[in-house]
Design a protein around this ligand. Structure first.
Ligand code: PYC
Length: 308
């Protein structure tokens, strides 16, 4: 099997867009196609993003025919352990990929994801703005008992994925030198959420943890579902953060929120209010790093990747 891909990174976080050679998920809505992907083709997900072809940091993006004529593309994002509802850095990576291929020119486009339609705009300087799905705070000031760290308080919010956003200043400085400690802390928080039965809406698992350097500064550490950290400022995490800031009266439409990753990369965020809903806009840039063909040889014992 041969799979055509384009690799890029957005603020350091890699995206691998699958252009062709992926599974046929049929027509219909993106949520139904995601269900088919998960049920029948999960080994393809693992082959594309897990070692030996990938790494725990890579987010895959299966480019699909759009489900309706209002969209230019459909996409399903996936990682080393499963699937993402939306992915901000991945959408910016997808826009950069389409521009690299000459498939789009500066201007707007609409992209269908399993959690709703997002729009994006390619700017003349190569940057992209993503207009994300409506984002909101689900629970405020939830206190949990974190093994080895004591009580910690945070908000539960939706930004296209579920986040627990720790309140106040991180007990461990947000610096690349502290990745191991921050990963341990965030993973312990995730376990505490499970123990405490704290979920997103309708019992959804909270699989992203966001920790900040200070209450009023956007430098953050985000732990992704498969235990790798986001090298980018995290687009859905920036959306969840801005929804919480808005709910606290600390961000208004037109204000700029700068969210910085642990690697120093930056997203510029804004919100719009439509029918009382917070619509996040995230601006950033991505760079293409490779255009290649992956080979999947069934004789290879690791053809389908090493499970994370
Ligand atoms: O940018 O939304 C994002 C994201 C989610 C997981 C990794 N990046």
């Amino acid at each position: 099997m041969r799979v055509a891909v384009v690799d890029s990174h957005t603020g350091g976080e890699p995206t691998r867009v699958v252009l062709s050679g992926g599974p046929d998920l049929g027509s219909g809505g993106m949520a139904d196609r995601l269900t088919r992907f998960r049920q029948h083709f999960d080994r393809f997900r693992s082959a594309i993003v897990n070692e030996p072809r990938g790494s725990d940091a890579i987010v895959g993006a299966l480019l699909c025919d759009p489900p309706d004529s209002s969209c230019q593309a459909g996409v399903i994002f996936f990682n080393n352990v499963g699937y993402l509802g939306m992915c901000g850095h991945g959408t910016i990576g997808l826009v950069a990929t389409l521009a690299h291929l000459g498939s789009i020119q500066p201007g707007p486009l609409r992209i269908a994801t399993p959690v709703g339609i997002v729009s994006a705009e390619l700017h003349g300087n190569g940057e992209a703005t993503v207009r994300n799905v409506p984002s909101y705070r689900h629970r405020k000031d939830v206190t949990i008992d974190v093994n080895g760290y004591g009580q910690m308080t945070g908000d539960v919010a939706w930004g296209g994925n579920w986040f627990f956003l720790v309140k106040g200043k991180s007990p461990i400085p947000i610096s690349l030198a502290n990745i191991d400690g921050l990963t341990h802390l965030a993973w312990s928080i995730r376990q505490a959420l499970v123990r405490g039965g704290i979920t997103g809406a309708e019992g959804a698992e909270i699989d992203h943890i966001e920790i900040f350097s200070a209450a009023s500064h956007g430098r953050n550490f985000v732990l992704c579902p498969g235990k790798s950290y986001d090298r980018s400022p995290c687009g859905t995490g920036t959306s969840a953060k801005m929804a919480c800031l808005y709910a606290d009266g600390l961000l208004q439409p037109g204000d700029v929120w700068k969210q910085e990753s642990i690697t120093g990369s930056m997203f510029e965020g804004r919100i719009e209010l439509i029918d009382g809903q917070v619509i996040p806009l995230i601006r950033g840039s991505a760079f293409v790093t490779a255009q290649s063909e992956l080979v999947l040889d069934e004789r290879d014992p690791f053809c389908w990747g090493i499970p994370a």
